[in-house]
Design a protein around this ligand. Structure first.
Ligand code: SAJ
Length: 436
């Protein structure tokens, strides 16, 4: 069954590429992981990992030891090429697809009759067709899907199959989640599906590449809009002096209401980014999607201002920011609102900000240069300090009420709502006057 797909080349060994490569290798296929960064290639070749993700270290080590997983800076001949490279946003909120096209150029010389090319990176609508056009230009000796081949079957199959795994649960979700398989032609989709069925237990749904591209963007824009609702609600509740957490808890008892959690904003390389791809493609139509992005980005500004107000009311206290990552229990700082808020506070109060972040060893340069210092949780709890809780890491959740009741707390995640505390998503509250 593996014959068509026995050699797989995964282009990009990041948060998606590396777990995907290791998982495929664990199913008995030979996987070459390719990354342009030699330090990543060296780390993976040693059987180690450069990111934090549950159970990934063991799987990579096993893959490398069994020689099923190798890593290099250049691709080689393979039956399947899976492109999992980043597609960031430019400063003016336009998708940057350059990495996809350079990965495409790199694989072009290694394509053969019967090769399968799969694009997994989040992309603007039409990118899979552009990948095909680029390959067709580079390999005039091969026939590509959707080009006039005078009735001849395409030599190379091309499909768009977006990843949809949640950081922190990547290995579980790579196997369990349903997949959307978008072929440039039905034959491409059918072939890509056979490949995914080697390691996916969820259902695989075949569709057109353009539809699959839109599905991926839709999923993240949907979540962004839902979080924007919660964030806007938190501002409204602060304004009318009502506890938003209580409102959400009670509203969610309605059988058809399920409000997400407000926070300091939305981060990560997906939800904070992908909706802009839709806005870029349809600026006049994507009004709610744009507004959601603006509401979620604006929440970080609001939290920064509220934190400043709290710091001004406790001028003599030490200030601790709890958490920097974009969400709980990960080490990923990309687009993190917590990082942005900590940086802005440290710029405003140089040499005064201490940061507790159990998932990283060193503070990012910008924070260090403004005099911020890394601290342990115990230090933050030792004396009555200002605690600005930015990330809902489990380590923070476990702090008992009696260890924090003397602190001035700004709980942006609604995590420390206890018997003795009134916490808001927006305004700072709490504290030393609370009974023990
Ligand atoms: N957040 C809130 N309130 C909530 C839920 C999340 O403020 O109620 C914040 C988080 O703190 C974080 C951000 O939103 O800053 C995004 O976190 P997330 O856990 O919602 O999503 P990601 O970015 O880790 O992963 C998303 C997922 N997409 C959806 O749930 C629709 C994942 O399935 C995708 O594979 C991933 O994006 C991706 O790679 O596109």
């Amino acid at each position: 069954m593996h014959r068509d797909f026995s050699n797989v080349c995964v282009m990009g060994l990041g948060y998606i590429g590396l777990p995907t490569a290791a998982l495929i290798a664990s199913r008995g296929l030979n996987v070459l992981g390719v990354d342009i960064d030699p330090s990543i290639v060296e780390t993976v070749s040693d059987g180690r990992i450069h990111i934090t993700e549950a159970d990934l270290d063991g799987l990579v080590q096993k893959g490398v030891t069994s020689k099923r997983l190798t890593a290099r800076t250049e691709p080689d001949r393979a039956d399947v090429f899976v492109i999992t490279v980043p597609t960031p946003l430019s400063g003016n909120k336009k998708p940057v697809v350059d990495h996809v096209f350079s990965a495409t150029r790199l694989i072009a010389p290694h394509l053969d009759r019967d090769s399968l090319v799969i694009l997994e990176s989040t992309c603007p609508i039409g990118t899979t067709e552009k990948v095909r056009d680029l390959l067709a230009g580079l390999r005039p000796d091969l026939h590509f899907p959707g080009f006039n081949g005078n009735g001849r079957e395409a030599d190379v199959a091309i499909a768009y199959c977006p990843e949809r795994v949640l950081p922190g649960r990547i290995l579980i979700e790579l196997v369990q989640n349903d997949r959307c398989i978008g072929g440039l032609t039905p034959a491409c989709a059918a072939k890509a599906r056979r490949f995914y069925e080697l390691f996916v237990r969820g259902q695989c749904f075949e569709t057109h590449a353009r539809t699959a591209e839109m599905v991926k963007l839709t999923e993240n824009a949907f979540r962004d809009a839902n979080i924007a609702f919660a964030n806007e609600l938190s501002l409204i509740c602060d304004h009318v002096d009502v506890d938003v957490w209580n409102v959400i808890e009670l509203a969610n008892r309605h059988p058809r209401v399920n409000i997400l959690k407000p926070g300091p904003g939305v981060g990560g390389h997906c939800i904070a980014v992908d909706p802009w791809f839709i806005v870029d493609a349809a600026p006049h139509q994507a009004r709610l999607i744009r507004a959601s992005r603006e509401i979620n980005d604006g929440k970080a500004d609001y939290v920064f201002e509220q934190a400043m107000a709290m710091i001004e009311s406790y001028p003599d206290r030490e200030i601790f920011c709890l958490g920097l990552s974009f969400k709980a229990n990960v080490d990923d700082l990309r687009e993190s609102p917590a990082l942005e808020i900590a940086e802005r506070l440290s710029d405003t109060y140089p040499d005064r900000i201490k940061v507790v972040e159990p998932f990283i060893n060193e503070l990012p340069d910008k924070l260090r240069k403004s005099g911020a210092r890394k601290a342990e949780l115990e230090e933050a709890l030792a004396n009555p300090a200002i605690l600005i809780l930015l990330v809902d890491h489990d380590a923070f959740r476990r702090v008992p009420n009696e260890q924090r009741h003397r602190a001035a707390i700004y709980d942006t995640r609604g995590m420390w709502r206890g018997r003795n505390e009134v916490t808001r998503a927006g305004s700072p509250v709490s504290f030393e006057s609370m009974p023990t």
